[in-house]
Design a protein around this ligand. Sequence first.
Ligand code: AMP
Ligand code: MG
Length: 414
Amino acid sequence: MNARIIAIGSELLGPLRIDTNSLAITERLNAIGVSVVQKTVVGDDRKELAAVIADALGVVDLIVCTGGLGPTADDVTREAVAELLGVPLDLDPTLLEGIQKRFARRGLEMPEINKRQAMVPRGAVVLPNPIGTAAGLLLEHQGTRILLLPGPPAEMTQMLEGIIRDHLTPTPDGRLFRRILKITGRTESDVDSLVQPTYARWPERRVPIDTTILASLGQIELHLTARARDASDAEDAFDVAEREVRDLLGESVYSADGSPIEAVVGRLLADRGWTIALAESCTGGLTTSRLTDIPGSSRYVEMACVCYSNAAKVAWLGVPQALIDEHGAVSERVARAMALGVRRRAGTTVGVGITGIAGPGGGSPDKPVGTVAIAVLAGDAERVQTFRFIGPRDSVKSQSAQAAMNLLRLLLLN
Ligand code: AMP
Ligand code: MG
């Protein structure tokens, strides 16, 4: 079974709002074995919308539309669909009563414009909306089912759950399952050249697996998708595939359950009962911010400081001025002294020091923009490394935080 998703709303074509509903819809459809084969964003325009729907009729099994079911004149989904299918819009008295009651509960009278939301294309199944005035609608035409859902994400999600439960049975050829392997410390081409010969064979397996490789800042994801009757078949196939990837990439694979690296590092710290203190310069606290995004991080995050100027590094962290004069503030020696200093101040097991040139100014031939020195100390063990990141300021910062957490992870693993 396949589907197209149409996100409706002129605001979604502008630069300020993004269509997130289609992601949530895709996730739920995949879970019952429906593949999404195309997505479209269309403005509040009857002609444009009708053309997009017409294009999919008789082509896919299911069209899921979201948005444009509101009471105002710019919400045209109902009318566009009725016109396209050549059916009249009938007033549904039960629906109207429900909307009136909703307003009455708030001590209000229903505005006349909301009457439009009780208009139903003839032949449509009305899907109740427990948390809003816009009902959903389910129609069928030329063998294609058309599902109209409201735009507000909370209403859309809740309604979709009910529809999947009551109207869309899982397809007999199984559901779609996904496993995400997260990798760091390698380039995309490195990962692909190592892993491609292996994942190229996965589609031929008994439970076939499709693979997508996605690179973002400081991180690569392998998305494995399998179609299977039940979860255990898919999980078994994923386990085998994951083992093959781990054999090839070793410790660069940091998670296989969707966890971000800050959660992985947090777990390693918590398991050991260790605590951590960070001294951040060029990252301005970003690493600590990410570590503390994880609930329960108070068990291991003791303190952190942003020591941006050389004077602060000397005064607060006890970095010797001579070290800065001799090696420069961006150097492995200074990163290490920062980590030592903050660990001593905080009395923690682990200390981290990060110092670098985020740019766009401040680079030199031997230390160009993007040079970042990171030191991680834990007990007697330490990892100190200099990186050369590329990209604008914010991306150097985020790659630095990612690299610091990866050094920390590797140190904790070994
Ligand atoms: P509507 O159904 O057109 O009345 O949508 C109402 C509101 O829901 C819009 O103003 C958006 O804030 C939100 N919305 C509509 N469509 C989407 C979408 N595809 N993704 C995320 N939010 C949406
Ligand atoms: Mg709208």
